[in-house]
Ligand binder design. Sequence first.
Ligand code: FES
Length: 182
Amino acid sequence: MTKKRPSRKQKAVPDVSLAKEEEQIKEHTLDILRAYHGERRNLIPILQDIQAKLGYLPREAIKQVAKSMRIKELEVFAVASFYNQFRLNPPGKHPIKVCMGTACHIKGGRIILEAWERRLGITVGETTSDREFDLERVACVGCCAMAPVTVVDERVEGKVSPTRVDGILLSFELEKEKGTDK
Ligand code: FES
């Protein structure tokens, strides 16, 4: 018999807050564009400021920047995706960083990464639709003796197995139910 895995129920973000968020994105992006007079040569500092303000580069902001600079949205997107410093998805409340350094890779880091992807229903670089978790792969975090390692929030989890991934997610679910989730 196959063991039942804990599932994550994702709540859709209500439309009201979505509209409010879009409005805020527009306002902040406009303020930043004004400060730089929307000049093309300031594209990177503009994107940096938007990310510093919003935590990521939303699609709406990219559109707005492109429109104001009279360049293609694709051009802004290309710059944003070229540099590692930019993120195109909103940060999750709980960042999950799977170490894919040599030691972790040898000890099954790929299997752990796939376990996180399956359980969260997202791939690396994405955020769950309820914005609870985002998933990243990182280079050695300096705890090779504990390989394979995942950093959950700021906490290092060592010798992670797919079952441990289930356990970690279950503990988040329980905390949420008890209302002790931060
Ligand atoms: S390789 Fe993963 S902690 Fe060093």
